[in-house]
Write a protein that binds this ligand. Structure first.
Ligand SMILES: [Zn+2]
Ligand SMILES: [Zn+2]
Ligand SMILES: [Zn+2]
Length: 105
């Protein structure tokens, strides 16, 4: 059924999620200001080191990646429920959703 009213109804009822937007959490993305330009704010507080940085796109929290021993970006996701982070490395623009474990471009 691809024509007339049947087709239109089918499209409205049939899908609960549009196929081109598998991650619903992108609606949590805000225009954020980095909480720290220098690096992982939690590592800076305790004088520890990090490997790579991630920035939370909901509140701007800057935290370290899972290759870093403290994994502050993941901690922030667990504590705040903000699943969308972007790479805070120069030249890297990819976005990651913790909830869906997927890259968003
Ligand atoms: Zn998601
Ligand atoms: Zn850290
Ligand atoms: Zn956040």
């Amino acid at each position: 059924m691809s024509n007339g009213i049947g087709g239109k109804l089918g499209r409205l009822i049939g899908s609960d999620q549009p196929e081109d937007a598998p991650c619903v959490h992108v609606s949590m993305v805000r225009d954020v200001t980095p909480s720290s330009e220098e690096g992982c704010e939690d590592c800076l507080k305790i004088g520890d080191q990090w490997v790579h940085l991630r920035i939370c796109l909901t509140c701007g929290h800057v935290g370290c990646c899972d290759s870093s021993k403290n994994r502050h970006a993941t901690h922030h996701y667990r504590e705040s429920g903000h699943p969308i982070v972007q790479s805070f490395e120069p030249g890297e623009e990819w976005i990651w959703c913790y909830e869906d474990s997927m890259l968003i471009e």
